[in-house]
Design a protein around this ligand. Structure first.
Ligand code: SF4
Ligand code: SF4
Length: 427
């Protein structure tokens, strides 16, 4: 455990967000957005963050009208130094939600999709591209397959292929690190319900330093430096978790060229804001770039990987996988519209024919975003054994990662999502 805190392990960053006491006016705005009550301080007095309660989501940061919350970790200089070191392969792992936000700091209209310009700007800076949509596809294969295994175990008593443990239902998604920490610190009894699949960022890091190093980059894993480019401040915390050194463990077991010191799967995380600062520091104007291709196998992906950035995206992608695996036939129409939109909790019943058992299976799914407003009744139901659901997607941030704590900050300092909600009849 970290000395000053009770809920962090050795090596973990003990909270990404702190409040600058010189800037804080004690207006209480941040408290209204905090999902965990981690912010203390009387109205009018300086506020502070209780790191043990904090899940590093950054919602206080993007919603403070005075810019008082800040990130305790800023890797921009370190990444710039690695980019300048020609012996290092610097892999930029780009999350889905970054490409519709990174245009903003370069004067482009809000919501501009700039995938090709971002590839070009990052390649000019010296990055090799690993689009995290590629890793989101890997995640969904894992998470979807795990769900089918849990469902068949619960419904038909099917055992694990190699005699291992099978987790309980409902299965929760595990790609939001703020949500994972929320479960660990608030509802530890539900840890077995979290999917055992790593997040796309962590899968990408492990793949980059194993298969990627050997087959794509032709470099020693120790000389591959992986940078998550994320809409999310909690991803900085996630990367510091001690269990995420799987490439090092793998190489060691294989007797490969593993260094004696363990290395992390992800070396650094830049938020969308950090990437804009890095590119500006390198005098690269993303808006002026022409579209480029990613240029590696790791820039290939499906539409399922792309939708991970929105609330409902992981569930929709998982349902597509479950459909194909259970029924043995491809989906005629890819959309599952019931899990789309900005309603706080969305649910759907999906009936599929399990070809292996020759029976119809009705899967009850729920999609929850904005933990602060929506999660407690859902988890209390699960704790009481009354949940009707089999699979539940949870994203901390309102709207999902698209509105993450690492995204560009609106001029007003207040979240855009409250303003757009009334425009959507289906929300
Ligand atoms: S980062 Fe999130 S959990 Fe932490 S204090 Fe800010 S709003 Fe609360
Ligand atoms: S919803 Fe997305 S951006 Fe927000 S904390 Fe979770 S992973 Fe990060």
């Amino acid at each position: 455990m970290n000395k000053e805190t009770k809920t962090y392990r050795k090596g973990e960053i003990p909270g990404i967000i702190a409040i600058n006491t010189r800037e804080c006016k004690g207006c209480d705005a941040c408290k209204r957005f905090c999902p965990t009550g981690a912010i203390t301080g009387m109205f009018g007095a300086t506020h502070r963050v209780d790191a043990d309660l904090c899940i590093s989501c950054g919602q206080c940061l993007v919603n403070c009208p005075f810019g008082a919350p800040y990130e305790t970790v800023d890797p921009v200089e370190q990444v710039a130094a690695k980019l300048a070191d020609k012996r290092t392969t610097v892999v930029g792992i780009i999350a889905p939600a970054v490409r519709v936000a990174i245009g903003e700091p370069f004067g482009m209209p809000v919501g501009s999709l700039v995938t090709g310009k971002m590839y070009s700007a990052m390649k000019k800076a010296g990055f090799v591209i690993l689009d995290n949509n590629f890793a989101a596809d890997l995640t969904i294969m894992e998470e979807g397959t795990e769900f089918i295994q849990r469902a068949r175990h619960a419904l038909f008593g099917e055992k694990a292929e190699h005699g291992g443990e099978i987790g309980p239902l409902p299965q929760f998604t595990s790609c939001c690190p703020a949500w994972v920490r929320f479960v660990e610190t608030n509802y530890p009894a539900l840890i077995p319900n979290l999917s055992s699949a790593k997040s796309p960022q962590q899968m990408a890091g492990a793949v980059a330093k194993t298969y990627g190093a050997a087959q794509v980059f032709k470099a020693a894993p120790e000389s591959v430096y992986t940078v998550g480019i994320m809409p999310c401040t909690a991803k900085k915390f996630e990367a510091s978790r001690p269990e995420f050194q799987s490439a090092w463990h793998f190489m060691k077991e294989k007797g490969g060229a593993a260094s004696s010191a363990p290395y992390p799967d992800i070396d650094a995380v830049l938020t969308t804001r950090d990437l804009a600062r890095l590119l500006k520091k390198m005098k690269i104007n993303l808006a002026a770039e022409n579209d480029a291709e990613g240029g590696t196998l790791f820039a290939e992906y499906t539409g399922a990987g792309t939708i991970f950035g929105n609330t409902g995206g992981v569930m929709e992608a998982a349902l597509r996988t479950a459909y194909v695996v259970l029924t043995g036939t491809p989906l005629a129409r890819l959309e599952f519209e019931a899990v789309r939109g900005l309603k706080g909790v969305k649910s759907a019943d999906v009936t599929l024919r399990d070809q292996k058992y020759g029976k119809d299976v009705t899967v009850k799914v729920a999609v929850v975003h904005d933990i602060r407003a929506n999660i407690r009744p859902i988890v209390e139901e699960v704790m009481a054994g009354r949940s009707p659901y089999h699979f539940i997607e949870v994203m901390n941030c309102p709207g999902g990662c698209i509105n993450g704590g690492g995204q560009p900050i609106c001029d007003t300092g207040s979240s855009w999502i409250g303003r757009v909600l009334p425009s959507f009849a289906w929300s």
